[in-house]
Design a protein around this ligand. Structure first.
Ligand SMILES: [Zn+2]
Length: 141
């Protein structure tokens, strides 16, 4: 009976068994071009150790992901002439996560590039903000 392993596409890239256009590799992470870029130069920073999401991501890997994201943001500004960068991490299906191996998007931004985050931004009263802050503080305690 063949064992059924859930094939994680990012683990396959880390292992060198799937194709990727890599720009940087460190001890902990690998950065490569998103195969379906939202903008020119759209990169992904992926921990080499599999983690479904933030809950099981090693904090040291999280720190390295962000540090590499910073380096890439500077590099794409210089190399591609973008005038802005978004760092984006989707954690969970509701957040739009599609590959359940944690990853940071580095999105070079250009004038009128069509990229947008749609949201119903509100201006709640201070009391409502304080209520939510209190709930989150309790969760942190
Ligand atoms: Zn994986």
């Amino acid at each position: 009976v063949a064992s059924v392993e859930s094939a994680c596409v990012f683990c396959e890239i880390v292992a060198g068994r799937a194709e990727a256009s890599t720009v940087l590799t460190t001890e902990r992470v690998i950065a490569f071009m998103d195969a379906n870029p939202a903008t020119r130069g759209h990169l992904l920073v992926v921990p080499k150790a599999h983690a479904d999401g933030l809950a099981d991501l090693e904090p040291a890997d999280g720190a390295e992901i962000f540090a590499v994201g910073q380096r890439l943001a500077e590099a794409v500004r210089r190399a591609l002439g973008c005038t802005g960068v978004n760092l984006f991490l989707a954690d969970g299906q509701a957040a739009g996560q599609e590959v359940f191996h944690a990853h940071l998007h580095v999105l070079p931004r250009y004038h009128d590039d069509g990229f947008a985050i749609r949201a119903d931004f509100r201006t709640p009263p201070r009391g409502e903000l304080e209520d939510v802050a209190s709930v989150v503080r309790r969760a942190l305690a």
